[in-house]
Design a protein around this ligand. Structure first.
Ligand code: GLC
Length: 418
């Protein structure tokens, strides 16, 4: 008896020593606030004895993916967990880069119950034909950020149509007489977000990139209207001439410096513009749903990030424990309140502390839930590359609208069309 007892203790000790030696490497982008993530995992490390290290990669979604393509194509076991954009789970599943997560749950009922705690948008992206490939870290949506102080000063309500937004911007720019003040700023660089730069005016003109039968419908009056709107705001000086060079975080910095009246951007801007020490717009930030063309409905792009376990990880069980922790209500609540990460879990929308820190989560819950997807396809790299480079070329005035619509129409038909 004694000897058995002793060997159990010895085995248990060896077991815990083995666990203590596990180090998980998680990949995140520089915009995902690795400093906060490092703090957040401390209790997990203390409780499990697992060490967590964040490897920080590129500043934009597509730059991160270019790096990850190399790591994953070589089947490297270097990364255990990866945070990926909401546009990518289908691609990861098809490439065999993500570990299917179903088997890590005790039962399918447990898995289904957990999924019900999350918003439908991220779940649709992560749970494909009965397989869970990723778990939502946070969701996202583009909003119209505006200078609340300036709109109030000039007696304007947040605009609901694009033409109203333009005339308000013109009136404020004229009244302020500040040559640095931009009327309307968005992402014109050839980055992932430029897909939304085109899709949003397309949707709010009543169009879509394909119809209910799957036919690509980009080369359409609505597609033309989207581009004409973007070029027109530049022609009349409401948008700066070099918007084709502007990436997501450039927009945020310009807004935060007090140089922008209206801006399209993602959830994270709220916390940065209101909390950063260098922000010139603390307390002056308004958030509204995107305007639409007269007679059409507002629409916005869904964004957000998901945790996957690399199919090549040597520490999958521990990685799953970490995913459960990183997608727990406690962690997501801190990120929502302090870091502008729009909650992927329903319950957080009831949290008074979070709603006080970010009132628009409650006010525009329907906007968040109804945000629309970019094309969902295993060939997303190709689709994104086509749209974002074409949009950028139009904004840089190196491609005509006609040529752009044709290029995207034929290109999309080739990649995903009927
Ligand atoms: C944000 C969104 C993400 C989007 C990216 C584009 O991070 O959450 O979904 O693709 O911006 O730049």
């Amino acid at each position: 008896m004694k000897r058995i007892g002793l060997s159990i203790i010895v085995l248990a000790l060896i077991g815990s020593l083995a666990t203590a030696q596990v180090q998980l490497k998680a990949f995140v982008g520089s915009r995902q606030n690795p400093d906060l993530l490092n703090q957040l995992v401390e209790p997990f490390e203390a409780e499990t004895g697992i060490d967590v290290v964040f490897e920080v990669g590129g500043n934009t979604s597509e730059v991160q993916q270019q790096y990850l393509n190399t790591v994953l194509q070589s089947k490297s076991s270097e990364l255990d967990l990866i945070i990926i954009d909401v546009v990518r789970p289908a691609q990861y599943a098809a490439a065999g880069w993500a570990e299917p997560l179903n088997a890590y749950f005790e039962s399918d009922a447990e898995l289904q119950a957990l999924l019900e705690e999350f918003l439908p948008g991220p779940v649709e992206a992560d749970y494909i034909d009965g397989t869970l490939w990723a778990m939502p870290a946070y969701t996202d949506a583009q909003f119209l950020y505006y200078r609340k102080d300036l709109l109030e000063q000039y007696g304007f309500d947040p605009p609901t149509t694009w033409s109203e937004m333009i005339s308000q911007a013109q009136a404020i720019m004229e009244g302020e007489g500040d040559p640095n003040l931009q009327g309307f700023n968005y992402q014109g660089a050839a980055i992932e977000g430029a897909n939304c730069t085109f899709l949003e005016p397309l949707w709010t003109a009543g169009g879509d990139w394909r119809d209910a039968d799957g036919n690509v419908t980009v080369d359409s009056p609505e597609g033309r209207r989207a581009f004409e709107f973007l070029l027109n705001t530049m022609d009349i000086g409401v948008t700066k001439p070099n918007i084709a060079e502007t990436a997501t975080d450039d927009s945020r910095k310009e807004f935060q410096a007090g140089d922008v009246i209206f801006m399209l951007n993602w959830g994270y801007v709220w916390a940065r513009a209101n909390n950063d020490a260098d922000s010139q717009v603390v307390g002056k930030v308004g958030v509204a749903p995107l305007p639409a063309f007269e007679g059409f409905d507002s629409a916005t792009c869904i964004g957000g990030w998901q945790w996957v376990i690399s199919a090549f990880s040597d520490n999958k069980d521990e990685a799953f424990q970490l995913i459960r922790f990183l997608t727990s209500e406690d962690v997501l609540t801190v990120q929502a309140a302090q870091d502008g990460r729009i909650p992927a879990r329903y319950s957080i929308y009831q949290n008074p502390e979070v709603l006080e820190a970010a009132p628009h989560y409650g006010q525009f819950f329907d906007v968040i839930v109804n945000a629309r997807s970019r094309p969902v396809t295993p060939f997303y790299d190709e689709v994104s590359q086509l749209i974002r480079t074409t949009v950028n070329a139009v904004l840089a005035r190196s491609m005509s609208i006609d040529e752009a619509l044709e290029t995207m129409q034929f290109g999309l038909e080739d990649i995903v069309g009927n």
